[in-house]
Write a protein that binds this ligand. Structure first.
Ligand SMILES: [Zn+2]
Length: 407
């Protein structure tokens, strides 16, 4: 089937065309070659096969641009060894795919339980129907004695001075494919409980050290992203020219205005990820009103931040990318109440994270020439539906890769 057409109740394109009622889309050789109304498209392509989705909504598939699925998650979720680590990784990726996600932004930070190189991670995703971009990073974990790792030094802990060693920073920067959390401005609580990580939140770098790191990335013509939370850390990040703020928990109105002026993008993580209260729906609304391109991401696998009113969780179990729609829903609802168009709202899970990954010319919208990565669902993902069982089909580069025939 090298060419076919789908017909849907409506198509949310997330492009300038917006929503198309009774829409049709033509797919040929992995790409979208036409999108429009059924009435117009069927005339042009009268003889090709039509797949009928007239009871359902078709949207771009989802993009989770900040995850830790291949490095931290396998040993957290499965009793694996180094020989079975990537088998668990593949199971985790398949699960993500089944939730409508076809692109991921993975962080490779260095981890005591995984002595793998960035090449090993790249090899592990080869042949999987998912587009994975890797951000190589260093990480500082807020134990009583803060532990530092890097993607280049792998499972071996390093010293703080190594994190600012230009030779090592250059190696990390060279391997990074997009601005993920390349540096941790504050020590992270990671997946640990509060008493295990008393130093979570502590600032790791001086402003001079940060400037030197940012200049190395920019010298390679690359953007840099940072894990950051709290006023002082965010101020420093903006001062030295960090391009993407991950989390930005506890940001102020003044710093939001400054981020907007500097053209900084934000990856919001409403489930957690730092020592401070995660991004609220009201905060995400402020970002968007300030004109900042916002992506919502899971930072999975992660235990949810305790006692946050917009999160439904009553346990501390690790949550995965299957929670993306659920954690985005309160913010998407607030945007709808503020009269934002459904295409602009869905962009938070599609086009905006695709832009963070630098792949918005390849996917994130349903538009002529882009990859045919789309989902067939009972409603708009994240806005109208949050249950993964209501994602009926997932297509990746024109191929049906997930199907829930009886739902
Ligand atoms: Zn993270």
């Amino acid at each position: 089937m090298s060419i076919y057409m789908i017909r849907a109740k409506k198509i949310i394109t997330v492009s300038h065309i917006g929503t198309i009622e009774d829409g049709a889309m033509v797919i040929q050789n992995e790409k979208i070659i036409e999108v429009g109304t059924w009435e117009n498209i069927r005339k042009q392509y009268s003889s090709i096969q039509v797949i009928d989705y007239t009871n359902d909504v078709v949207t771009p598939s989802l993009v989770d641009c900040h995850t830790h699925l291949l490095e931290f998650a396998p040993t957290s979720l499965y009793p694996v060894t180094s020989d079975t680590h990537f088998l668990a990784g593949k199971a985790i990726l398949l699960h993500a795919l089944s939730t409508g996600i076809t692109a991921l932004g993975e962080q490779i930070c260095g981890h005591p339980l995984g002595d793998f190189s960035i090449e090993d991670y790249r090899k592990a995703v080869h042949g999987i129907p998912l587009n994975v971009s890797f951000a190589t990073t260093s990480i500082s974990i807020g134990f009583e004695k803060i532990a530092h790792f890097t993607s280049i030094t792998q499972s071996k802990a390093v010293h703080k001075k190594d994190l600012v060693d230009p030779f090592l920073v250059r190696q990390i920067a060279k391997e990074s494919e997009y601005p993920g959390e390349n540096i941790f401005i504050n020590a992270t609580p990671a997946n640990f409980t509060k008493n295990e990580v008393p130093k979570a939140g502590e600032l790791i770098y001086t402003i001079e050290e940060m400037q030197q790191i940012v200049d190395i990335y920019h010298g390679f013509g690359k953007k840099i992203g940072a894990h950051v939370a709290g006023i002082v850390g965010i101020e420093m990040a903006l001062e030295v020219g960090v391009d993407v703020l991950h989390h930005a928990h506890s940001i102020t109105d003044e710093l939001i205005a400054r981020a907007s002026d500097q053209g900084v993008q934000i990856v919001a993580t409403p489930m957690g990820g730092t020592h401070l209260t995660p991004n609220s729906p009201e905060e995400i609304l402020k970002f968007i009103k300030a004109g900042i391109p916002v992506s919502i991401s899971t930072d999975a696998y992660l235990p949810p931040y305790p006692e946050v009113p917009w999160l439904p969780y009553e346990d501390k179990l690790l949550k995965g990318p299957d929670q993306l729609m659920l954690i985005a829903n309160p913010s998407m609802q607030v945007l709808k109440e503020n009269n934002f168009d459904e295409n602009a709202i869905l962009a938070l899970l599609t086009n905006n994270p695709a832009t963070i990954l630098g792949k918005h010319h390849q996917f994130g919208r349903l538009e002529k020439g882009l990859d045919a990565n789309f989902i067939v669902a009972e409603g708009i993902p994240g806005l109208e539906i949050t249950d993964i069982e209501r994602i009926k089909k997932v297509y990746y580069q024109g191929k049906l890769v997930i199907s829930r025939p009886f739902s």
